[in-house]
Design a protein around this ligand. Structure first.
Ligand code: ZN
Length: 253
């Protein structure tokens, strides 16, 4: 992966850290983690578009979709971004370690930023809860009207109702930790054939190539729009309501 990024003329950086998460009672979760981060520099940056996928998988599944779909989408997006005109904003691709175990990798990334960091940043997190179907945008952070607007180029399956439902569920992803660190953004996943999630069927034989294409197209379109906007304005936008009508994504404040 690092070689692939270097071949594109990018400079991947390793973020290394030891993270500890307090558990219930006397137990603690701890691990040494290694993330890879790479920046496609903007020409006149107002902040960062942060694209995130995790490189680990669970013991019960090979992880071809969770999160091979996300990792391979990011590699292809890196190739496209380095071959087209330079984006206005910095686009950072973050490949996290140990998402499945307490999101330790993304915690190391947050710590690497330091407390003084005030870079305006919008996160696009790529996940999988299955091996088939269209890309679903199932969670947003605050100021969602500016974010959902960026989905117009290639709308995913999305309703603000599912975002509200997810907000009440205990499931964590890397985006959970990034939100706790004060960032906003959008969380995407492929969720069809969910019986393969965290199971032996999450392998290359079961992952639908069309799902990979759709997730990549969706996140690339959003990254293009967000990398062209003034990210300092995002925190001034309100929350939105949105839903699909045929191929369109309707939204209002
Ligand atoms: Zn995952």
């Amino acid at each position: 992966m690092r070689d692939r990024l270097s071949d594109l003329g990018l400079k991947p950086v390793e973020i290394e850290g030891t993270e500890t998460v307090p558990g219930d009672g006397a137990s603690h979760l701890a691990g040494r983690v290694h993330d890879i981060s790479v920046t496609v520099p903007g020409r006149s940056s107002t902040g960062q578009v942060l694209l995130v996928a995790h490189t680990d998988s669970v013991l019960t599944g090979p992880g071809a979709s969770d999160d091979g779909l996300g990792v391979s989408s990011l590699l292809e997006i890196a190739r496209i971004l380095t071959q087209g005109p330079r984006p206005r904003n910095d686009v950072v691709l973050l490949f996290t370690d140990s998402e499945e175990t307490g999101q330790l990798g993304v915690r190391a990334y947050v710590h690497s930023l330091g407390k003084a960091d005030e870079t305006p940043r919008v996160v696009l997190n790529l996940e999988a809860r299955g091996t088939a179907g269209r890309a679903v945008m199932f969670e947003t952070g605050d100021h969602s009207s500016a974010l959902v607007k960026a989905l117009g180029g290639h709308p995913p399956v999305a309703t603000s109702l599912s975002a509200e439902v997810y907000r009440r569920l205990p499931n964590d992803t890397d985006f959970t930790q990034l939100r706790k660190a004060g960032m906003t953004g959008l969380n995407f996943a492929v969720i069809g054939d969910s019986a393969d999630y965290h199971a032996p069927g999450d392998d290359l034989a079961h992952v639908h190539p069309g799902s990979l294409q759709d997730l990549g197209d969706t996140v690339l379109a959003a990254a293009h729009r967000l990398s062209a906007t003034d990210l300092r304005d995002v925190t001034r936008s309100s929350d939105a309501t949105w839903f699909n009508v045929g191929p369109l994504l309707v939204r209002y404040p």
